[in-house]
Design a protein around this ligand. Structure first.
Ligand code: ATP
Length: 319
């Protein structure tokens, strides 16, 4: 369970398994999801990230056909979300926020109940292995489990039918760091089975950074970025320029997200600026030296989705 998914082979990455076309949902006069055009290729783990109220849960429910769109459409495994057949639904796993499970059942009873919906594909061995891995007893009732343990049962239930596409809405909400890691390792385990795809929303960017190989950033219902994690990580950067005297008053460089100034330094967060453009700007403003500072995904996400930067769209499509 220690393999890092970011390094896995991407030979199955050209088929799209989840696609939305101008997907839109209004609540009253406010758009919760606004002309969302998202494509998720087969075989990836896609982190679906956005601030509170950005529209992740609404988008996920629309994708699964649990909510009706105001406009636009979406499809999963090539089937329109509004008309997902039982056969297609059997190929899709869904883990909801809060892990709603029948509280009066034991883990075993819940397994039997769920397995009945997947007569041909339920993997009892996998379910047993996961329950054992999470150190749970099958005889325990759901109501006697902690939140984290319920999350683990949810994951085992979602994985046992061996879904081709697993969609999870904030699955690790409220879990401690160790349990989150176990949970995510379970997810990696799934994806290592060739051709499986995961879309998961999360607020814990360190987790997304660890397991995702793609990200989709949603902000006020709109898709702000959809690309490989690698691409996003290298597109948003912080560059520190040092000057002999005060830095220039005007900062005129493409892709500027944020500017912080001190006595003799300018710290710029940029999107989409390459080394050549940065070096050319440094020369034009007579900087003595410039270097790229480290940013983790969380820093990048915060700068990228700062309200002041809302109009600066960075959109990267697979070539
Ligand atoms: P969080 O990260 O906080 O869970 P989210 O990204 O999942 O948020 P959504 O739950 O999809 O966001 O909500 C998007 C927007 O739609 C929010 O402004 C929310 O207030 C609004 N919204 C969601 N559900 C409803 C509803 N049933 N009625 C009215 N407005 C709603």
């Amino acid at each position: 369970m220690s393999r890092h998914p970011n390094s896995r082979k991407k030979k199955t990455m050209n088929e799209t398994v989840l696609e939305t076309h101008n997907l839109t949902r209004y609540y009253g006069s406010a758009a919760a999801v606004d002309h969302l055009n998202l494509k998720v290729p087969r075989g990836c783990i896609c982190g679906f990230i956005g601030r509170n109220g950005a529209g992740k849960t609404t988008a996920i429910k629309l994708m699964l056909g649990l909510l009706e769109p105001t406009a636009g459409s979406s499809s999963l495994l090539g089937c329109d979300s509004a008309a997902l057949t039982p056969a297609i639904r059997q190929r899709i796993g869904y883990v909801t926020e809060g892990h709603r499970l029948f509280r009066w059942m034991t883990i075993s009873e819940l397994e039997n109940f769920q397995a009945a919906f997947f007569p041909r594909q339920w993997d009892r061995k996998l379910f047993a292995e996961m329950i054992e891995y999470f150190e749970l007893a099958k005889k325990r009732k759901i109501k006697h489990l902690s939140n984290g343990q319920r999350a683990q049962v949810s994951l085992a239930l979602a994985l046992a039918p061996k879904p081709e596409l697993l969609i999870m809405d904030d699955p690790t909400l409220g879990l401690d760091a160790a349990i989150r890691r176990q949970f995510l390792e379970g997810m990696i385990e799934l994806i290592m089975r060739q051709g499986r795809t995961v879309l998961f929303s999360s607020h814990i960017l360190a987790d997304v950074e660890r397991v995702a190989d793609r990200i989709a950033v949603i902000d006020k219902g709109r898709l702000r970025a959809s690309c490989s994690l690698e691409e996003f990580r290298s597109a948003v950067r912080k560059v520190v320029f040092t000057f002999a005297d005060s830095p220039p008053a005007q900062v005129d460089i493409d892709g500027l997200l944020h500017c912080r100034r001190s006595d003799k330094q300018l710290e710029l967060t940029l999107v989409g600026a390459d080394d050549f453009e940065v070096a050319a700007w440094a020369e034009a403003v007579n900087a003595l030296e410039h270097h790229t500072a480290k940013m983790n995904l969380e820093d990048q996400f915060i700068e990228f989705t700062a309200p002041a930067n809302r109009r600066k769209l960075f959109q990267w499509e697979e070539t």
